[in-house]
Structure formats: C-alpha cells, structure tokens
Write a protein that binds this ligand. Structure first.
Ligand SMILES: [Cu+2]
Length: 159
C-alpha cells in the first residue's frame, strides 16, 4: 500500500526500489539540448501540466501514466537576454513600480522564468499549483541535481 500521509505527500511507493533515487524538488531544472521525457500521474483528480513557453500541455489522469517529451534548446539565462523578453519584463516592471508607489500588492520587481502550471480547475489548491522551470547547461544541471535529496533520503521513518 502507498502511504500518502506524513512526508510522502507524492505517494511514491516506498517498497519500490526504483523510487528510492527519485528526487523531490521545489523547482524543475532541465538540461539544455537533452531530450526530457515527462511521465504524468495524478493521485486524486484530473490536472493538466501546462508549460506555456514550450507550447506543451498534458493531462494528468488518475490511474494511468500520460507521457510526452521535448528537448529544451534555450536556457533561462539566454531567454532573459532576448530583446522581446527584455521589453516584456521592462513593461511589466513599470506597471509594478506604479503599484508599489500606490502601496498595492503584486508590486515586486519581476524576472522572466519558464513556468509549469496546472491548467485544469482541479480543486481548492489549484491557484497554488505552479512551479518554476530552469533550463540550464548540462554542467549546471548536474551540479543542481547533486544537491537534491532523493526520496529515500527525504522520507522520515514511520512512527
Ligand atoms: Cu489545477
């Protein structure tokens, strides 16, 4: 049986040796120039993993695995240097500066990031279902990966 309480909120199977080295992450890092295969699962209702900058979306369906892949070709840093992104960030931050002057919320300076969003109205936590995606060079990706805890390292023994 899969325990989805305590630290195992993702519902990974602790008895499955293949789950032990899975990484539990707070942001998604992808290596530039390498094909990434996404395998989507859901433990409750329909969700939809949406990555707008990659023009990619896939439903996450309870009881089955949905899958797609792509190869990221532009790092986050390279995107931030593109003239159209610089212009977009500038316009957004001008609006945010006006908001800050009026003491309004959502006024912090913004920086471009790729994002992963849930694009299905799935329940009360839907508003919070988003994650930053960082596309980086292989060397930086490997360095980040080495600092991430595995599932086996992060799960507390049951009391
Ligand atoms: Cu949702």
């Amino acid at each position: 049986m899969i325990d989805i309480n305590r630290a195992n909120v993702l519902g990974l199977d602790e008895a499955d040796p293949n789950a032990a080295d899975d990484k539990i992450v707070k942001e998604l890092h992808l290596p530039k120039g390498r094909k990434v295969i996404f395998k989507m699962r859901s433990q409750d209702v329909l969700h939809s993993a949406y990555m707008p900058h990659f023009r990619a979306q896939m439903n996450c369906v309870p009881g089955m695995i949905t899958e797609f892949s792509f190869t990221p070709t532009v790092t986050t840093e390279e995107m931030r240097l593109r003239p159209e992104i610089i212009e977009h960030v500038k316009r957004t931050n001008e609006i945010r500066a006006e908001r800050a002057a009026n003491d309004e919320p959502n006024s912090d300076p913004w920086e471009f990031d790729y994002v992963l969003l849930c694009n299905k109205i799935c329940g009360k936590s839907h508003y919070n279902m988003q994650m930053k995606i960082i596309v980086e060079e292989e060397e930086d990706y490997q360095e980040w990966l080495s600092t991430q805890k595995s599932f086996a390292e992060s799960v507390q023994p049951q009391q």
